[in-house]
Design a binder for this molecule. Structure first.
Ligand code: SF4
Length: 293
C-alpha cells in the first residue's frame, strides 16, 4: 500500500497554506526557527512571534549575541520555553562550529544541541530540498490511515515511523520533489486528515485510502489521556515566568508567591525552572531570568 506522489503533490500545489517560512526567500535559519516554534504551538500563534524573531535576529549570529533573558522574553507566550534556550544554544553552536550557517545534512543537524530526529529532517527537507522522511504527529496519522488502514497511529516508534515514511517518498534523483512530498504529507495531516472528523470528502487520497477500503474500522490500540492545562505544573511554571518577564530585574520570592496559591506546587515548579536554567537565583536570594542580575 502506498501513496501516489503526484496526486498528493498536485493537491499540495493547489492547497498549501502561504506561510512565510515556505517562501523562496526564507533562509534555512528562518526554517529552523519556525520548526522549533511549531513543534508544540499552532501556526496562528507562531506567526507573529516568528516574524518578530526574524526581524530582530535574522541570522544565527544575531540570536547567539542576545542574552538568555532577552530570548526568553521574546519567546513570549509560545509555551514550552525550554525551546527558546535550545534555539539559543543551537545558534551559538552554529556560529562556533559551522561558520554561522545552518548545516544542510541530517547527521550534522542532529549533532546540534536540542535538534532531534524530526527537526533535523524538516530543516534538511524544507530549507535545503533534501530527500528526508519528515515525521510529525500529522504525518503519522495520515500514514496510519491511508497506508495501514488504522484509525489512529498508536504509540510512536522513531525507527519504524521513519522507515514507513522513507518508503513512501517518491523514487528518482529529484530530491526537491521528495522534500516537497514530505511537506505535502504534513500539510494533508494538518488540513484534511485531521485527528477528529477527517475531511475525507475533500481528500485527494480518498480512492486509495486503506482505512476507507477497510470500512473505517475503529481504533483499538492504547489511548493517551487528554491533556488539560489549567492547574498543571506547566501552567504554574508559565505563571512564574510571566512575573519575571514583566519586570526588568530580580524579584523577591514574595512576588512570585502571588502568582499561584498552592505553595507546595509553586515551590516545586520554581525549583524545576531553576534546574532547567530558565530562572536564576541571585546571591541575595531573589529570582531573575537567566543573566538578568
Ligand atoms: S480519505 Fe480520510 S482517512 Fe483517508 S487519508 Fe484522506 S482524510 Fe485521511
Amino acid at each position: 500500500m502506498s501513496i501516489d506522489p503526484q496526486t498528493l503533490l498536485d493537491w499540495f500545489d493547489a492547497n498549501a497554506r502561504d506561510l512565510p517560512w515556505r517562501h523562496a526567500d526564507c533562509t534555512p535559519w528562518g526554517v529552523l526557527v519556525s520548526e522549533i516554534m511549531l513543534q508544540q504551538t499552532p501556526v496562528a500563534r507562531v506567526l507573529p512571534v516568528w516574524r518578530q524573531w526574524m526581524e530582530r535576529w535574522p541570522k544565527p549570529a544575531d540570536l547567539a549575541a542576545a542574552s538568555q533573558g532577552e530570548v526568553l522574553r521574546a519567546w513570549g507566550k509560545l509555551g514550552y520555553p525550554r525551546r527558546a534556550l535550545r534555539l539559543h544554544t543551537a545558534a551559538n553552536t552554529i556560529v562556533a562550529e559551522h561558520g554561522g550557517e545552518v548545516p544542510a545534512d541530517v547527521d550534522t543537524l542532529l549533532s546540534l544541541p536540542g535538534i532531534g530526529a524530526y527537526t533535523a529532517r524538516a530543516v534538511a527537507a524544507f530549507a535545503y530540498g533534501r530527500r528526508a522522511p519528515v515525521v510529525d504527529t500529522n504525518v503519522r496519522r495520515v500514514v496510519a490511515r491511508a497506508v495501514h488502514g488504522a484509525a489512529e497511529a498508536g504509540p510512536p516508534s522513531t525507527k519504524r515511523d521513519l522507515d514507513d515514511v522513507e518508503a513512501l517518498l517518491p523514487d528518482g534523483p529529484d530530491e526537491a520533489r521528495a522534500a516537497r512530498f514530505s511537506a505535502a504529507l504534513m500539510e494533508l495531516g494538518a488540513l484534511v486528515c485531521i485527528a477528529r472528523k477527517p475531511r475525507c470528502d475533500d481528500c485527494p487520497l480518498f480512492a486509495d485510502c486503506a482505512w476507507q477500503k477497510a470500512g473505517r474500522p475503529a481504533y483499538t490500540g492504547p489511548t493517551r489521556p487528554t491533556q488539560r492545562y489549567s492547574g498543571t505544573d506547566r501552567h504554574v511554571r508559565g505563571l512564574l515566568l510571566d512575573v519575571l518577564r514583566g519586570t526588568t530585574g530580580p524579584v523577591e520570592k514574595a512576588q512570585l508567591d502571588l502568582a499561584w496559591p498552592k505553595a507546595g506546587q509553586r515551590d516545586a515548579c520554581l525549583a524545576s525552572l531553576l534546574s532547567d536554567g530558565l530562572v536564576e537565583q541571585t546571591a541575595d536570594g531573589r529570582f531573575a531570568l537567566p543573566g538578568e542580575h
